[in-house]
Design a binder for this molecule. Structure first.
Ligand code: 5GP
Ligand code: ZN
Length: 138
């Protein structure tokens, strides 16, 4: 996707308005337009990175530092019972906006948010083979 067609680039440039919580030279923190729960926010780097494979590790590190600060502010402001941090990469993983972003989703007793998967068992030998393949890729 070209940057000119990117909705988050347009939010960063101010062409599309957003409810901004915080911004600095590198990041913008906004309210999600269709929140999963009260206080669902997005942390968006101002530079266009498509996904986690694209963003540089230093920027990603600083983004998580900011996420930690924002999560604590959400907890303080909303008195939520929990918090999910979600970052989708690829269509299959639920990514709909192809400009890297991190979701902070406050959780409340009895809310309707689901972040759940089926658990699978795995043979020890297969697990070991998999472990080696991933180690080799690091
Ligand atoms: P994804 O599914 O890519 O991980 O998340 C994209 C998120 O961006 C969704 O939660 C969606 O509600 C949010 N979103 C999409 N368009 C806009 C917009 O124009 N403004 C804001 N604030 N959020 C948006
Ligand atoms: Zn973009």
């Amino acid at each position: 996707m070209k940057k000119e067609d990117c909705i988050f680039c347009k939010i960063i440039s101010g062409d599309i308005p957003s409810n901004t919580i915080y911004e600095n030279s590198e990041f913008k923190v906004i309210m999600d337009i269709a929140p999963a729960s009260k206080g669902h926010v997005l942390i968006i780097p101002k530079e266009h990175y498509a996904n986690i494979y694209d963003i540089d590790v230093e920027t990603a590190g600083r983004l998580f530092q900011l996420a930690t600060v924002v999560a604590r502010a959400l907890k303080k402001a909303l008195n939520c019972d929990g918090m999910n941090i979600l970052q989708n990469n690829g269509l299959i993983a639920g990514q709909t906006v192809f400009h890297f972003h991190m979701h902070l989703i406050p959780r409340y007793e009895g809310d309707t948010v689901t972040v759940k998967w089926e658990e699978h068992s795995m043979e020890a030998a297969d697990m070991e083979q998999l472990r080696k393949e991933i180690c080799d890729a690091l």
